[in-house]
Every structure is written in C-alpha cells, then in structure tokens.
Design a protein around this ligand. Sequence first.
Ligand SMILES: Cc1cc2nc3c(=O)[nH]c(=O)nc-3n(C[C@H](O)[C@H](O)[C@H](O)COP(=O)(O)O)c2cc1C
Length: 396
Amino acid sequence: MKDLTKLTDRIFYVGVNDRTKHLFEGLWPLPLGVSYNAYLVCGERTALVDTVDACFTGRLLANVRERLGDRPLDYLVINHMEPDHSASIAAVRQAYPAVRIVGNAKTLQMIEGYYGIACGTVEVKEGDVLDLGGLTLAFCMIPMVHWPETMATWCAEERTIFSGDAFGTFGALNGGVTDEQLDVEPFWEEMRRYYACIVGKYGQPVQRALAKVAPLDIAMICSTHGPVWRREIARVVELYDKVSRYEGEPGAVIAYGSMYGNTEQMAETVARGLAAAGVRPIVVYNLSTADVSQVLRDIFRYDTLVVGSPTYNGQLYPPVDALLRKIAERCIPYRRFACFGSFTWAGAAVRRMTEFAEGMKWPVVGAPVELKQGYSTAVEPACRMLVDALVEDMKR
Ligand SMILES: Cc1cc2nc3c(=O)[nH]c(=O)nc-3n(C[C@H](O)[C@H](O)[C@H](O)COP(=O)(O)O)c2cc1C
C-alpha cells in the first residue's frame, strides 16, 4: 500500500483527524471535522514540528513511534502555542525525555506558563537555523498569525514551510493528506470560514507574513490544519492574500433578526429589489437560525452588507448585536453598508446600526428604513429607495 503520510523521503505526516468535536474554540461548528497536523522531519537528527489537541495525544505518540522506531526524537519545534497544537508537549517530553523543545522567547515563556516546562529548551530568533544533519530548519517570526509567539519554520532542502495556523482550514483529512490525494473542493469554503472566524482580526500581520514568505520557492505548505498543499499552493496563497486584504468581491449579504416577521419581510423586500436590479450573488441570513461562522465567512467574501434589526429593550435585537460585535472585532476596513430596522414605541435599532457604521468608519449608503409596528406596502417605497441607493453605489 502506498504510504500517504510519507510526504517526502524526509518529512512525514503524524497528525490526527477530529470528527468528534462539535465546536472549534467552543464557538465555531465543525460539520466536516478538523485535523491537527504535526510533522516529523528526519535528517541525521529528528524533529517533530508541533503537536496535537489533548484528546489525541496517544494517537500522535503512536504515529511518531511508528515512524521513528528506535530512533530518538531530538527536537520538538513549537510554531504556535494554541492548545490544539501545544497540548501534547508534556506527553512528548515524557515519551522522549531527552527531546529539546525549540521555540522563540515568547513561546518558551508560554510553555512554562501552560505546561510547567522550563528546561531542555532551545530559544531561537528570527533567521536562526537548526541543523538536523543533511536538513536544516530556519525560523521566521510571524507574530499575531494569530498569537504573538507564532512562527513559521522553513526547511530549505525540501522547500517546505511549516506555517502554523497560516494557510489553515477546517475540514478533516478524508483518507489522503496532501491536496493531490484529496478532493479539495470542500476546503475552499472551509478555508474562508476558518480565516474569517479564527484569523480574521489579523489581516495586517497575515499580510506581513505573506510578504516574508513570498521570496521562498515553496514546494510544500504544511499548515497545522487541513491538507498539505502542493498542487494548489498558488490558489491557497491567493485566497489568504485576498481575505487578509479584506477585499470583498461583488455580492451582497443581508443579515437580519426578526421575532414576528416584520423585519424579515423588509429583508425579503430588499433582497427582491437587489435581485431585480441584477445583483448577484445575494445571501440572506436570519441571524436567529444562521450559523454565524457562515455569515462572517460571507461578510469577508462579499463587498456589500445590509443589516436589519428590531428594537429590543431599547437596543439592537441580541443576535444582530452579537454579529455587529464580531464584525467590529475583526476590524474590517470597508463594506458597502445599509440598514433597516423596526420598533413599536421608541425605535433604537436603526440608530444603533448607524452608530456601528460610524464606529467602523463605513459610510451608510441610502437612508436607513425604519418601520413602526406592522409591515405594510407603505414601507416599500423606502425599501426601494434603499435598494436604488445601493445599486447606484455599486455602479461607482
Ligand atoms: C422583549 C421585547 C422588547 C422590545 N423592546 C422594544 C423597545 O425597546 N422599543 C420598541 O419600540 N419596541 C420594542 N419591542 C417591539 C419590537 O421592536 C417589535 O415587536 C419588532 O420591531 C417587530 O419586528 P419583528 O416582527 O421583525 O420581530 C420589543 C419587543 C419585545 C418582544
């Protein structure tokens, strides 16, 4: 049988799939699972690059043992300290007491703080090279992608970058490991969703990291989540470049909240108007039922966002409020933005959405539509004017 975990003669996949966890970080659904990737690099000396989530420590150690046999593990390189990658550090040290743990100063401080390990470590800085004998590992700091200690590790001889969470995606690895061995189609949407939810706040650090790795002649990207990329490197880098520039492509997201259907009816009217004007694609989300990770994914993807909310206890309807907070946290520099809202006795939703846009420094397109009490055709001219203003702005 072909050995799919042998990536090259000297680099081996020893990661695991997680199809058990429902929510990544306790927040983001995992309908296709997720993989925690770790890699063995074998020169005259051996190095394990990153570890896996605590639930899969045993599997990781078995994978490493199977591959190394009686050989010692000389180094454990830690690119990223988030526990889905670092939680097995202590177990690796227990299994291989002589292993030296390699990380930058921030990483080593975190290893001590999380796992109480302070000895047998090697501190590395930008550009330092670890000689494995016939193979080298060079370290490149990529802070805030997406923790401050994050670094990438470059193996020049194999033209391979171990990129941490950069270029990562949700989705377990179904049989294959590399993009040549897998159906990669489901991963593109999952990569956008992963980026929007996990890394989305850190567009500038991702841009700086991309600039750093640009001169490298990369033959293989070994990220900590998702396929090992070989054939699709250009597409992966292009996608990460695009999303980290917050560049929206033509298309509209309409995200609304509604308890009794009146705000929802306005959302339908606005969506119908945009569709009649030829806007494509249009994605409409009821925020009470939508998976917010998909909403964020599409807000990162498309250039237009229209939000609708009832007034609720003098505030925004809570799911709308929650979405707007998530958008604000991610510092998205620009989206074409319009809004509509409803109330019964004292409206606040439209005012709050307008304040949100001001806070984001997004100009509000058109006059926000504010519905008092029940939906009727009387509100439709205002909705049409909102649509006209959006369509006019799209033409610019
Ligand atoms: C718990 C609750 C709190 C509300 N608070 C306000 C309010 O502070 N001011 C107001 O004018 N209307 C308030 N309303 C009325 C809603 O804004 C109104 O029912 C809603 O805008 C109708 O839109 P919908 O049919 O899309 O749910 C409240 C309704 C509920 C159920």
